[in-house]
Ligand binder design. Structure first.
Ligand SMILES: O=C(O)c1ccccc1NCC(=O)[C@H](O)[C@H](O)COP(=O)(O)O
Length: 241
Protein backbone atom coordinates (compact mmCIF):
# COMPACT_ATOMS: atom_id res chain seq x y z
CA UNK A 1 0.00 0.00 0.00
CA UNK A 2 1.25 3.55 -0.71
CA UNK A 3 2.09 5.52 2.34
CA UNK A 4 0.18 8.57 3.50
CA UNK A 5 2.22 11.74 3.02
CA UNK A 6 2.38 13.97 6.08
CA UNK A 7 2.51 17.75 5.75
CA UNK A 8 3.34 19.46 9.04
CA UNK A 9 1.82 22.95 9.03
CA UNK A 10 3.38 26.32 9.72
CA UNK A 11 0.66 28.99 9.69
CA UNK A 12 2.11 32.51 9.85
CA UNK A 13 0.37 35.54 11.35
CA UNK A 14 2.20 38.81 11.97
CA UNK A 15 5.57 37.08 11.60
CA UNK A 16 4.82 34.31 14.09
CA UNK A 17 3.95 30.63 13.75
CA UNK A 18 0.42 30.34 15.14
CA UNK A 19 -2.51 27.99 15.36
CA UNK A 20 -6.09 29.14 15.09
CA UNK A 21 -9.33 27.49 16.17
CA UNK A 22 -11.78 26.97 13.26
CA UNK A 23 -9.42 29.23 11.25
CA UNK A 24 -10.89 32.26 13.04
CA UNK A 25 -8.87 35.44 13.21
CA UNK A 26 -8.30 36.42 16.86
CA UNK A 27 -7.99 32.84 18.18
CA UNK A 28 -4.23 32.68 17.68
CA UNK A 29 -1.90 30.73 19.93
CA UNK A 30 1.67 31.71 19.10
CA UNK A 31 4.50 29.20 18.68
CA UNK A 32 7.41 31.50 17.86
CA UNK A 33 9.61 31.59 14.79
CA UNK A 34 8.11 30.10 11.60
CA UNK A 35 11.61 29.32 10.32
CA UNK A 36 12.53 27.45 13.51
CA UNK A 37 9.28 25.47 13.35
CA UNK A 38 9.81 24.58 9.69
CA UNK A 39 13.43 23.55 10.29
CA UNK A 40 12.32 21.41 13.24
CA UNK A 41 9.81 19.54 11.05
CA UNK A 42 12.46 19.08 8.38
CA UNK A 43 14.98 17.73 10.93
CA UNK A 44 12.31 15.34 12.21
CA UNK A 45 12.06 13.76 8.77
CA UNK A 46 9.19 15.60 7.06
CA UNK A 47 9.13 15.34 3.27
CA UNK A 48 6.62 18.19 2.98
CA UNK A 49 5.89 21.49 4.67
CA UNK A 50 2.42 23.13 4.50
CA UNK A 51 3.13 26.87 4.85
CA UNK A 52 0.23 29.32 5.20
CA UNK A 53 0.33 33.12 5.06
CA UNK A 54 -2.70 33.85 7.25
CA UNK A 55 -2.41 37.63 6.90
CA UNK A 56 -2.62 37.28 3.12
CA UNK A 57 -5.61 34.94 3.55
CA UNK A 58 -7.42 37.38 5.87
CA UNK A 59 -6.44 40.50 3.91
CA UNK A 60 -4.55 41.96 6.90
CA UNK A 61 -1.24 42.37 5.08
CA UNK A 62 1.17 39.62 4.20
CA UNK A 63 4.26 37.73 5.32
CA UNK A 64 5.59 37.36 1.81
CA UNK A 65 9.27 37.99 2.62
CA UNK A 66 9.20 35.58 5.54
CA UNK A 67 7.38 32.93 3.52
CA UNK A 68 10.04 33.25 0.84
CA UNK A 69 12.82 32.99 3.42
CA UNK A 70 11.29 29.86 4.97
CA UNK A 71 10.63 28.20 1.60
CA UNK A 72 14.15 28.88 0.39
CA UNK A 73 15.63 27.45 3.59
CA UNK A 74 13.84 24.11 3.06
CA UNK A 75 15.37 21.08 1.36
CA UNK A 76 11.95 19.44 1.40
CA UNK A 77 8.81 20.04 -0.69
CA UNK A 78 6.72 23.06 0.26
CA UNK A 79 2.99 23.66 -0.31
CA UNK A 80 2.16 27.37 -0.03
CA UNK A 81 -1.28 28.64 0.91
CA UNK A 82 -2.97 31.91 1.79
CA UNK A 83 -4.01 34.87 -0.33
CA UNK A 84 -2.84 33.57 -3.72
CA UNK A 85 -5.55 35.17 -5.85
CA UNK A 86 -4.05 36.90 -8.89
CA UNK A 87 -1.11 36.88 -11.27
CA UNK A 88 1.15 38.89 -8.95
CA UNK A 89 0.57 36.79 -5.82
CA UNK A 90 0.80 33.55 -7.82
CA UNK A 91 4.07 34.64 -9.49
CA UNK A 92 5.53 35.61 -6.09
CA UNK A 93 4.47 32.28 -4.58
CA UNK A 94 5.83 30.15 -7.44
CA UNK A 95 9.07 32.17 -7.49
CA UNK A 96 9.84 31.05 -3.92
CA UNK A 97 10.66 27.64 -5.40
CA UNK A 98 7.76 25.96 -3.61
CA UNK A 99 6.58 22.66 -5.05
CA UNK A 100 2.97 23.74 -5.33
CA UNK A 101 0.51 26.39 -4.27
CA UNK A 102 -2.94 26.01 -2.81
CA UNK A 103 -5.66 28.31 -4.21
CA UNK A 104 -8.81 28.85 -2.17
CA UNK A 105 -10.75 32.08 -2.60
CA UNK A 106 -9.74 32.44 -6.24
CA UNK A 107 -11.34 29.11 -7.12
CA UNK A 108 -14.64 30.51 -5.80
CA UNK A 109 -14.46 34.12 -6.99
CA UNK A 110 -12.41 34.08 -10.20
CA UNK A 111 -12.95 30.64 -11.74
CA UNK A 112 -11.79 31.73 -15.23
CA UNK A 113 -8.43 32.82 -13.83
CA UNK A 114 -8.08 29.54 -11.90
CA UNK A 115 -8.87 27.51 -15.04
CA UNK A 116 -6.17 29.50 -16.87
CA UNK A 117 -3.48 28.95 -14.23
CA UNK A 118 -4.35 25.27 -13.90
CA UNK A 119 -3.79 24.98 -17.66
CA UNK A 120 -0.48 26.87 -17.36
CA UNK A 121 0.99 25.29 -14.24
CA UNK A 122 -0.55 21.81 -14.00
CA UNK A 123 0.21 20.05 -10.75
CA UNK A 124 1.92 23.06 -9.22
CA UNK A 125 -1.66 24.20 -8.55
CA UNK A 126 -3.87 22.56 -5.92
CA UNK A 127 -7.23 23.88 -4.83
CA UNK A 128 -8.23 24.13 -1.19
CA UNK A 129 -11.83 23.05 -0.61
CA UNK A 130 -12.53 24.57 2.80
CA UNK A 131 -16.03 23.71 3.94
CA UNK A 132 -18.62 24.05 6.63
CA UNK A 133 -21.03 21.23 5.88
CA UNK A 134 -20.92 21.26 2.08
CA UNK A 135 -20.64 25.05 1.75
CA UNK A 136 -17.27 26.32 0.57
CA UNK A 137 -15.69 29.26 2.35
CA UNK A 138 -13.32 31.88 0.95
CA UNK A 139 -11.62 35.10 2.11
CA UNK A 140 -9.86 33.46 5.07
CA UNK A 141 -12.81 31.10 5.49
CA UNK A 142 -15.20 33.97 6.28
CA UNK A 143 -17.37 34.18 3.17
CA UNK A 144 -19.68 31.61 1.55
CA UNK A 145 -18.47 30.51 -1.86
CA UNK A 146 -20.86 27.91 -3.24
CA UNK A 147 -21.44 24.19 -3.12
CA UNK A 148 -18.56 21.78 -2.59
CA UNK A 149 -19.62 19.15 -5.11
CA UNK A 150 -20.61 21.58 -7.87
CA UNK A 151 -17.27 23.34 -7.57
CA UNK A 152 -15.39 20.05 -7.44
CA UNK A 153 -17.06 18.89 -10.65
CA UNK A 154 -16.15 22.16 -12.37
CA UNK A 155 -12.53 22.01 -11.21
CA UNK A 156 -12.24 18.38 -12.30
CA UNK A 157 -13.35 19.40 -15.78
CA UNK A 158 -10.76 22.16 -15.78
CA UNK A 159 -8.01 19.65 -14.97
CA UNK A 160 -7.31 20.52 -11.35
CA UNK A 161 -4.56 18.12 -10.19
CA UNK A 162 -5.40 17.79 -6.50
CA UNK A 163 -7.56 19.07 -3.65
CA UNK A 164 -6.75 20.02 -0.08
CA UNK A 165 -9.95 19.34 1.86
CA UNK A 166 -10.57 21.05 5.21
CA UNK A 167 -13.58 20.71 7.48
CA UNK A 168 -13.42 24.15 9.12
CA UNK A 169 -15.49 22.90 12.06
CA UNK A 170 -12.61 20.54 12.88
CA UNK A 171 -9.65 22.76 12.10
CA UNK A 172 -7.38 23.54 15.05
CA UNK A 173 -9.71 21.76 17.48
CA UNK A 174 -7.95 18.42 18.01
CA UNK A 175 -11.35 16.74 17.55
CA UNK A 176 -10.33 14.27 14.87
CA UNK A 177 -10.63 14.50 11.08
CA UNK A 178 -13.94 14.36 9.19
CA UNK A 179 -13.45 10.93 7.62
CA UNK A 180 -16.92 10.92 6.09
CA UNK A 181 -16.20 14.15 4.22
CA UNK A 182 -12.92 12.71 2.94
CA UNK A 183 -14.67 9.53 1.76
CA UNK A 184 -17.38 11.57 0.04
CA UNK A 185 -14.89 13.82 -1.75
CA UNK A 186 -12.83 10.81 -2.86
CA UNK A 187 -16.01 9.25 -4.25
CA UNK A 188 -16.74 12.42 -6.22
CA UNK A 189 -13.32 12.85 -7.87
CA UNK A 190 -10.48 10.74 -9.21
CA UNK A 191 -7.90 13.37 -8.18
CA UNK A 192 -5.73 12.94 -5.09
CA UNK A 193 -6.98 14.49 -1.88
CA UNK A 194 -4.94 15.98 0.96
CA UNK A 195 -6.80 15.91 4.27
CA UNK A 196 -6.62 18.89 6.59
CA UNK A 197 -8.02 19.84 9.95
CA UNK A 198 -8.63 18.18 13.27
CA UNK A 199 -5.91 15.53 13.52
CA UNK A 200 -5.44 14.82 17.24
CA UNK A 201 -3.75 11.44 17.57
CA UNK A 202 -1.72 8.74 15.85
CA UNK A 203 -4.97 6.76 15.55
CA UNK A 204 -6.47 9.67 13.55
CA UNK A 205 -3.52 9.45 11.17
CA UNK A 206 -3.91 5.67 10.90
CA UNK A 207 -7.62 6.18 10.10
CA UNK A 208 -6.75 8.69 7.35
CA UNK A 209 -4.06 6.27 6.04
CA UNK A 210 -6.83 3.67 5.57
CA UNK A 211 -8.34 6.04 3.00
CA UNK A 212 -5.22 6.00 0.78
CA UNK A 213 -6.77 3.32 -1.50
CA UNK A 214 -9.78 5.66 -1.95
CA UNK A 215 -7.61 8.57 -3.08
CA UNK A 216 -6.35 10.32 0.05
CA UNK A 217 -2.72 11.10 -0.64
CA UNK A 218 -1.68 13.09 2.39
CA UNK A 219 -2.62 14.73 5.64
CA UNK A 220 -1.76 18.13 7.00
CA UNK A 221 -1.00 18.14 10.73
CA UNK A 222 -0.93 21.37 12.70
CA UNK A 223 -2.18 21.79 16.23
CA UNK A 224 -1.43 18.20 17.33
CA UNK A 225 2.29 18.68 16.67
CA UNK A 226 2.44 22.06 18.42
CA UNK A 227 0.45 20.70 21.36
CA UNK A 228 2.88 17.75 21.48
CA UNK A 229 0.10 15.16 21.22
CA UNK A 230 2.77 13.11 19.40
CA UNK A 231 6.05 13.79 17.66
CA UNK A 232 6.47 14.03 13.93
CA UNK A 233 8.82 11.03 14.08
CA UNK A 234 6.03 8.99 15.73
CA UNK A 235 3.55 10.21 13.12
CA UNK A 236 5.81 9.25 10.21
CA UNK A 237 6.34 5.82 11.76
CA UNK A 238 2.57 5.39 12.31
CA UNK A 239 1.72 5.93 8.64
CA UNK A 240 4.57 4.00 7.06
CA UNK A 241 3.09 0.87 5.46
O1 LIG B 1 -4.96 27.63 4.35
C1 LIG B 1 -5.54 28.74 4.39
O2 LIG B 1 -5.54 29.50 3.40
C2 LIG B 1 -6.23 29.20 5.65
C3 LIG B 1 -7.00 30.36 5.59
C4 LIG B 1 -7.65 30.80 6.75
C5 LIG B 1 -7.54 30.10 7.94
C6 LIG B 1 -6.76 28.94 8.00
C7 LIG B 1 -6.11 28.50 6.86
N1 LIG B 1 -5.35 27.35 6.87
C8 LIG B 1 -5.17 26.55 8.02
C9 LIG B 1 -4.44 25.31 7.72
O3 LIG B 1 -4.12 24.95 6.61
C10 LIG B 1 -4.04 24.47 8.91
O4 LIG B 1 -2.64 24.53 8.99
C11 LIG B 1 -4.43 23.04 8.78
O5 LIG B 1 -5.79 22.94 8.46
C12 LIG B 1 -4.06 22.24 10.06
O6 LIG B 1 -5.16 22.03 10.92
P1 LIG B 1 -4.98 21.35 12.37
O7 LIG B 1 -4.20 20.07 12.18
O8 LIG B 1 -6.40 21.09 12.84
O9 LIG B 1 -4.26 22.32 13.25
Amino acid sequence: MSKLELLPAVDVRDGQAVRLVHGESGTETSYGSPLEAALAWQRAGAEWLHLVDLDAAFGTGDNRELVREVTRAMDIKVELSGGIRDDASLAAALATGCTRVNLGTAALETPEWVAKVIAEHGDRIAVGLDVRGTTLKGRGWTRDGGDLYETLARLDTEGCARYVVTDIAKDGTLQGPNLELLRNVCAATDRPVVASGGVSSLDDLRAIAELVPLGVEGSIVGKALYAKAFTLEEALEAVSP
